[in-house]
Design a protein around this ligand. Sequence first.
Ligand SMILES: C[S@@+](CC[C@H](N)C(=O)[O-])C[C@H]1O[C@@H](n2cnc3c(N)ncnc32)[C@H](O)[C@@H]1O
Length: 264
Amino acid sequence: MTTWDPTQYLKFSDYRTRPAMELLARIPLDSPKRAVDLGCGPGNSTELLAQRWPDAFIRGVDNSKDMLDVARRAHPDWIWEESDIASWISDEPQDLIFSNAALHWLPLHEILLPRLAQQLSKGGVLAIQMPRNFQAPAHRLVRQIAEDGPWQGILAGVAEWHPPLEPAEYYDILSSAGGAIDTIDTIDTIDIWETEYVQIMDSTAAIAEWIKGSTLRPFLDKLSDAQQHQFLARYTEVLQFAYPLQPDGRVLFPFKRIFIVAQR
Ligand SMILES: C[S@@+](CC[C@H](N)C(=O)[O-])C[C@H]1O[C@@H](n2cnc3c(N)ncnc32)[C@H](O)[C@@H]1O
């Protein structure tokens, strides 16, 4: 399992939390009683839910002890549950199942999403945001360096990510158009959109720092300190060609994300 470094992840907390705010803004619920934040990480997305619905019973679910420790330290009286989303089952119907930047770490969305939708109360909402930029240079170069370097054998098969599907595929999964799934009577309305954020970074090294907080984790976990250093040096070098400097010395780092809000 990938280890997570909450400090590294939160280095870019503004850019990482903004999509969660934009997802939240589209949730058509006034006063959900029960809500869950799947893949809550250090609790930054859970805090947004609690700010909007202070009276709701909210819990954060994650399978990283390190992430949950940070969340727990910030809010010791909230409910933090160490579970794998792949097998997570709610003990009672949820009015909101929220997940920001987590479900792309899990496979088989055609099974996972209907299973989550089935755990909604009537009128309940499934709200999801995932990066959808797996063909972007910053991601492709990680795979390329992993495959081409002296660590090839060690890193073979490491990539744990599961590129999110196309918007139309999510529509099919969640709507009656999918046909083959039990949720066909479950979901009433579906809202899907994509946004490409043009993130302004201080340098190309900052892009490497960003990727170190997420996509690079499973790769670096497998390498020795010296190999990590070598991998990151090579990665930062090639990033410079893919993301040229602007005249002011900054670098534009476009980042596409998909959003889904489905109401039962
Ligand atoms: C990129 S962080 C997102 C954190 C937070 N939701 C946010 O909005 O910034 C992804 C989180 O998903 C968690 N995660 C990944 N796969 C998981 C799984 N199978 N079960 C539970 N949590 C998982 C990771 O541990 C990590 O904390």
